[in-house]
Design a protein. Sequence first.
Length: 122
Amino acid sequence: MANLKSRKKTASRLPSTRARTAPPQPKTAEPRRKSADAAVAAATQPRLDTKQQRVIELLQREGGAAIADLVAATGWLPHTTRAALTRLRQGGHTILRSQDEAGRTVYRMAGTVRASRSRGAA
């Protein structure tokens, strides 16, 4: 019995009999790099179809948006949606909160953007 166990251990230590593949060849062409102007332009332009952008669009409507509207638009849970509103406030947006006729809390974004607060000040 001991011989079988020792054979199994030594068999796993033997070199592989499979053929080894050749190492990958280095690429000959240099990858294209963005120019400095393109990199700056990409950094300054907001991304278009993001969930955060959808939230901002809903908040900018005349009637504002309830949490249920924001949850339906983003697929987030309600607590995640409220956290996103908090992050927008911290980012400098003025978000107003009020009640509609049905008693639901409605959030609206004011037209002005105030100076953002640094995270370290919180």
